[in-house]
Ligand binder design. Structure first.
Ligand SMILES: C[S@@+](CC[C@H](N)C(=O)[O-])C[C@H]1O[C@@H](n2cnc3c(N)ncnc32)[C@H](O)[C@@H]1O
Length: 266
């Protein structure tokens, strides 16, 4: 339904967990645990199988009420299968574009991982407007920022990256996507709305241990840029073969930025 399989989300999760900015995540967990008598409500948008839940509980977020929101029932069912015994988890099958219907009431935190580069400026604006009347923090982790660097280099790397970053702005079902602009746009809109905003680098640093992820990523990039007029199929075939031949020995950096924002206090 969404195009995000459990297999792909599982494949990327170790790289995501290693990449999350630890300083920001620790600051967030301390905020959530500040009052031992309160069970903070966390609304995780585009939750998939629950990677944000796993990341924050792993860092010490306890006694939270997790509202997982996704339009894909298979991913929500997998999240419930993994977590309904150990955590308080509520699942909401919903389209994120229906901002007024999202279950944000009473939330201490709105979270999302690997989501905001897929959404439009309008969706970010609508979420901030919806939250204006309530004191909810925002944690948007792992927003792709446009950096993709490979070692060893290939002559076509730069042209492929330009085409890939262009594709990242394509409508993925939630309006023209912010793509590499996601973190910067969120930061400026949240600061304009009076939030205190922190950002941190959360790049994937991929090496031989992530060979399967690297190979999937390269095939995904090849597919994403296939229709770009500046790249011939033959040149892309050669690029893909070169990149795959180094998946077990080379390195890659895929840039992400985490955003943590605390609401205005007055
Ligand atoms: C890149 S995945 C990230 C999943 C999870 N946060 C993680 O980090 O593993 C994006 C998620 O957004 C969900 N999604 C995409 N479009 C959506 C929409 N219009 N409404 C609700 N969820 C959506 C997908 O089903 C998927 O679970």
């Amino acid at each position: 339904m969404s195009g995000f399989s459990v297999n792909w989300l599982d494949l990327r999760e170790p790289a995501d967990q290693a990449a999350r900015h630890k300083g920001l995540a620790t600051t967030l967990v301390n905020f959530l645990q500040a009052d031992a008598d309160i069970s903070p409500i966390i609304v995780d948008l585009g939750s998939g199988t629950g990677s944000t839940l796993r990341a924050l509980t792993g860092l010490g977020a306890q006694q939270c009420v997790w509202r997982l929101v996704d339009h894909d029932p298979a991913l929500l069912n997998e999240a419930l299968r993994r977590h309904s015994q150990g955590e308080i988890v509520e699942d909401y099958q919903a389209d994120l574009q229906e901002v007024d219907a999202l279950p944000l009431g009473g939330a201490a935190l709105l979270s999302a991982s690997a989501l905001f580069d897929l959404v439009s400026e309008e969706l970010v604006d609508a979420l901030i407007a919806r939250l204006r009347t309530q004191p909810t923090a925002i944690y948007a982790a792992l927003n792709y920022d446009g950096r993709t660097e490979w070692t060893p280099v290939h002559p076509l790397d730069e042209a492929v990256l330009m085409a890939f970053n262009q594709d990242q702005r394509r409508d993925k079902g939630m309006g023209p996507a912010l793509g590499p602009d996601a973190a910067g746009y969120m930061q400026s809109m949240l600061e304009n709305a009076g939030y205190r905003v922190l950002t941190g680098d959360s790049a994937w640093l991929l090496g031989p241990d992530q060979q399967a992820l690297v190979a999937d990523l390269i095939r995904g990039i090849r597919t994403a840029v296939a229709d770009d007029d500046a790249l011939s199929a033959a040149a892309l075939d050669e690029w893909q073969a070169f990149r795959l031949s180094h998946a077990a020995s080379g390195h890659g950096l895929i840039g992400h930025i985490d955003v943590l924002a605390f609401p205005p206090t007055d």
